[in-house]
Write a protein that binds this ligand. Structure first.
Ligand code: ADP
Length: 502
């Protein structure tokens, strides 16, 4: 009896325990199913046999897409998952093994896997895998590494730039908008004789010869507008009050918001070059001067002979002497150009202004040109009777040089037009050709002394590159400028404007 009773009690107790167990299992199942940590099991063949909700949520797959599939499908690195499975088969326990998983939306998650194998009677049942998402951490680390790399790179670049600045042969200086020097390299010390310690924080005014203050003001205004200045030739003052010829290249310095905060300057000492140019000019002036007398004498003899030949109607002599006269005149023009360059260099050019009729000057030039040159057709447009007050010879030389260029740089038989358009109190004189044209880049340098365009199409055209320099200088002396409108292959228009009296 007692035994039956105790068996019953035991059974009742067992049922209670069983109930408790069932509820415990349910709790445990709920715990792992809904745990925040992603968990999954993989069998001995590498197939996923179970995964909790957190794992599915983390990777974005449905249970049907995930469970039943090969685990390798979800790993980015094949060798990594192969290694994980091999280690687990060999009874290793993995702790925080780094891997990359592919999510459904194509993104990649960086995870740490901790896992070992559940075995029954030595048989591989499934792995117990815990996955910890460390993507944010990895991305953050990568971003940090990238930032460090960029920082190191820009430090290196800065160092290189500093080295270049310090070892540069040119003086490199920067200043703020109030002309206060903010940097001063070794060459600046050498060139000006002041040390960086003496100059940083001081004004640049001490470096400026008194007579150039106005010019500096203009440059400053230009830079404040954000414009750059390249190879501008001027002069500066050293510590021992010596004047040095310099070429300046200046650029505005912008902050990250695009505001101009200062100016950087590269200053090249061109004293030697200037001296060299001076020596060359002196030599050219001397030679040109010496050539002038014999050439004038040759020209007079040729002209006397020519008039004799005309009288005797000696056609061969007329032809040869006309050509000789033409060549001698060309030579005279060249010599005059050289002499003028020399005079300009020494600011010895003087204008001799008088009243004259522009259309008559133009007619004379056209007639003389056509006499010597029949290759091109020269036309005059709107050249009405107006009176100018200017240096007749020099304006004649400007027009002559422009026509002679138009002839040199355009095809035979093409037309050259001289147009005189009245705009209010000014006359706009243009020499228009249909020639090879000039690129925008060359147009910027065209009026520099000795500048010639490097172009295969005109490599056989002779010249010294001083014609346009003279044109621009003569016009500068007349307080006006030469303008060019041109495009490669589309011809050129050189024009300038002068006030007229009536
Ligand atoms: P030069 O003709 O003696 O070379 P210039 O100073 O007169 O010197 O002209 C400078 C350069 O400008 C020339 O070498 C030429 O390349 C270019 N140029 C001048 N005028 C013209 C023009 N009308 N058409 C095309 N190119 C021109």
């Amino acid at each position: 009896m007692e035994t039956i009773q105790s068996l019953r009690d035991e059974l009742a107790e067992y049922k209670i325990r069983e109930k408790e167990m069932a509820s415990r299992i349910e709790e445990l199942s709920d715990f792992i199913e809904n745990a925040a940590l992603p968990l999954h099991w993989v069998d001995g063949q590498g197939t996923i046999v179970w995964a909790n909700q957190a794992e599915l949520n983390a990777l974005g797959y449905t249970i049907a897409e995930y469970v039943g599939s090969a685990i390798t499908k979800f790993h980015v690195d094949e060798d990594v998952i192969d290694d994980i499975l091999t280690r687990l088969i060999n009874n290793e326990t993995l702790e925080n093994y780094k891997a990359r998983l592919r999510c459904k939306d194509g993104t990649i998650k960086h995870v740490l896997i901790s896992s070992n194998v559940f075995r029954k009677n030595g048989e591989f049942i499934h792995t117990r895998c815990f996955t910890r998402d460390i993507t944010t951490l990895v991305v953050e680390q990568e971003r940090k590494a990238e930032l460090i790399r960029k920082l190191e790179e820009s430090e290196l670049r800065l160092q290189m730039a500093n080295d270049i600045i310090e070892s540069s042969f040119d003086a490199i200086i920067s200043k703020d908008l109030d002309n206060i020097i903010t940097s001063w390299n070794a060459s600046a010390e050498r060139m000006y004789g002041y040390s960086a310690a003496e100059m940083i924080g001081k004004s640049t005014l001490v470096l400026l010869p008194e007579s150039l203050r106005e010019e500096e003001q203009e440059i400053h205004t230009q830079l404040k507008r954000g414009e750059r200045l390249t190879h501008f030739e001027t002069q500066r003052l050293t510590r021992d009050k010596k004047i040095v010829d310099v070429s300046l290249t200046m650029s505005p310095i912008f902050d990250s918001r695009g505001n101009i905060t200062g100016v950087s300057k590269i200053v090249r000492d061109i004293t030697e070059r200037k001296l060299e140019e001076q020596r060359k000019n002196d030599f050219v002036a001397l030679v040109s001067h010496e050539l002038k007398t014999p050439i004038t004498s040759i020209l007079s003899y040729v002209q006397v002979l020519l008039s004799k030949a005309r009288k005797t109607e000696d056609n061969f002599a007329i032809l040869s002497l006309t050509r000789t006269e033409m060549q001698v005149k060309r030579m005279t023009n060249m010599i005059n150009d050289f002499l003028n360059v020399g005079r300009l260099e020494q600011a010895k050019i003087q204008l001799s202004k008088s009243e004259f009729e522009l259309h008559i000057l133009i007619q004379e030039i056209i007639q003389e040109t056509q006499l010597l040159q029949t290759s091109h057709n020269i036309e005059c447009r709107h050249c009405q009777a107006i009176i100018l007050y200017a240096d007749r010879d020099k304006i004649g030389q400007v027009i002559n040089n422009l026509i002679s260029n138009a002839i040199k740089y355009s095809a035979h038989k093409s037309t050259i037009t001289i147009s005189c358009e009245i705009v209010e109190k000014n006359v706009n004189i243009s020499i228009i050709d249909q020639g090879v044209g000039i690129s925008k880049k060359d147009q910027e340098q065209l009026f520099q002394r000795f500048y010639r365009v490097d172009d295969d199409r005109i490599k056989n055209v002779s010249g010294f590159g001083i014609g346009l320099y003279l044109v621009s200088e003569i016009l500068r002396y007349h307080n006006t400028t030469i303008e060019v409108q041109s495009e490669r292959d589309k011809g050129s228009i050189f024009s300038f404007s002068l006030p007229f009296l009536r």
